[in-house]
Design a binder for this molecule. Structure first.
Ligand SMILES: [Zn+2]
Ligand SMILES: [Zn+2]
Length: 436
């Protein structure tokens, strides 16, 4: 069976210059085209070869045909933002949008996966770790495509509730309407075949061809994060309160006993110590498989610590939440998930007491960028006139902790576990099925 195709939204632009490096069929006029082309947005339509269209579709005449897109902006909002020409395989679809031409690449999903995994993963990673990642990327992608085909009757998720005493909010990915995935980090970074794919990734994709993770006859929502901190988190503590049987608490170790980290006392003891776990490693050769160069500076993610002065913390929380708490008197965990991540944190101030959640809202409110995780315990410094002079947060793990723990999985890969064992460890009860 043929692999399905994926529609990837590359960019939206008023002027699209592109080069068809091989012969393409221009579907609207049933003609063959090759070479330099230009399409211009004109009041909600696309001007192409002196005619107006609402949509243009260019279909390749052979499997290796490619086209180049001129001046694609990459690294939007990063210090390295720049423009480059990019090369793609597959079909090119231009759609007239409300404020520009939406450029979409339609491609066989196995080819798409080869490209994204080559650019996201290090070639030094163990093959079994890469295979596990291939299966979860494919599952996520097929779930997106399926979702998109039922977009018409898509339910509207509520993603927060708020009253005078609390704001509990979660951040899930919003879906796209006109295409399945975008080419940015929002979905998975994709640059076509601009950079060569790595041979090991090509092997990994072909050896897992069509394989996805299933549970209860649905494709698994294959979440993953950098480091669970020793126990993985349940889905409902981070996002909408709907349990997913395969996204549950798992002790990230051969030892299977999971401590009850929803209990404050047990969480406190767990976070202040460094129990053995697959992701408890400082081995640079393993970390370099998962973290990009910048992140390799970081080895203190399994257990970490940050200290704020009263002034720093009060100003930070004011700026991040928009609420003036006055002096910060206490930070009290009201509810923790199974990994020890705080789901609801009460901030007690001299002017206001208010509860925030879930984990990402807490991480954003208590850090200039993001706290590593919301699995932390709080120590207050010396009291001056009843007001703590400092707050120290001691924490565990990096990211939301739900699903596959990347650092743990990389360690499992080097310890000789195969990808099926890795996947069934992190996604309990899920099965690998060959979709095509
Ligand atoms: Zn996206
Ligand atoms: Zn872990």
């Amino acid at each position: 069976m043929e692999a399905p195709v994926v529609n990837i939204g590359i960019l939206t632009k008023k002027n699209v210059s592109f080069i068809l490096n091989d012969e393409y069929i221009h579907v609207e006029t049933a003609s063959f085209l090759k070479g330099k082309q230009r399409a211009v947005w004109r009041n909600g339509k696309i001007l192409f070869r002196s005619k107006l269209y609402t949509e243009l579709f260019f279909e390749p005449t052979n499997k290796t045909a490619s086209f180049d897109l001129k001046e694609v902006t990459i690294g939007v909002d990063f210090h390295w933002q720049r423009k480059e020409d990019q090369r793609f395989r597959g079909a090119l679809n231009l759609i007239a949008g409300a404020d520009g031409i939406i450029v979409i690449n339609q491609l066989d999903i196995e080819e798409y996966l080869t490209s994204v995994i080559s650019s996201e993963m290090r070639a030094t990673a163990s093959k079994e770790f890469l295979k596990a990642h291939a299966v979860i990327s494919r599952s996520w992608l097929l779930a997106q495509i399926e979702k998109n085909s039922r977009l018409a009757n898509k339910k509207n998720y509520k993603s927060s509730f708020q009253d005078e005493e609390q704001l509990i909010k979660w951040y899930d990915r919003e879906d796209h309407a006109i295409f399945d995935v975008c080419a940015d980090d929002h979905c998975q970074r994709y640059q076509g075949i601009t950079r060569a794919s790595t041979p090991i990734v090509e092997e990994v994709i072909s050896e897992t061809r069509g394989e996805i993770l299933m549970s209860d006859s649905t494709i698994c929502d294959t979440r993953f994060s950098k480091c669970c901190g020793g126990v993985t988190e349940k889905f409902e503590h981070c996002w909408e309160p709907i349990p997913h049987t395969y996204l549950t608490t798992v002790r990230d170790h051969t030892e299977k006993n999971v401590p009850d980290l929803t209990n404050e006392k047990e969480a406190d003891q767990w976070i202040r110590t460094s129990p053995e776990a697959f992701c408890h490693t400082t081995d640079k050769s393993i970390l370099s498989q998962v973290l990009n160069n910048y992140d390799q500076e970081t080895t203190d993610f399994y257990r970490w610590q940050i200290t704020y002065t009263q002034d720093e913390l009060a100003r930070l929380i004011h700026r991040k939440t928009g609420y003036n708490f006055g002096k910060i008197l206490d930070l009290i965990p009201l509810k923790r998930g199974g990994s020890g991540r705080i789901e609801q944190l009460q901030i007690v101030g001299s002017l206001l007491t208010y509860t925030i959640g879930k984990e990402l809202e807490i991480r954003r409110s208590l850090s200039e960028s993001h706290l590593y995780s919301s699995a932390f315990v709080v120590d207050k410094g010396e009291l001056i006139n009843g007001i703590p002079s400092r707050f120290t947060l001691t924490g565990a793990g990096w990211g939301h902790g739900v699903g596959l723990c990347q650092i743990g999985a990389a360690v499992m890969g080097t310890k000789g576990y195969n990808y099926k064992q890795i996947l069934s460890h992190y996604y309990q009860g899920a099965t690998i099925e060959k979709h095509y």
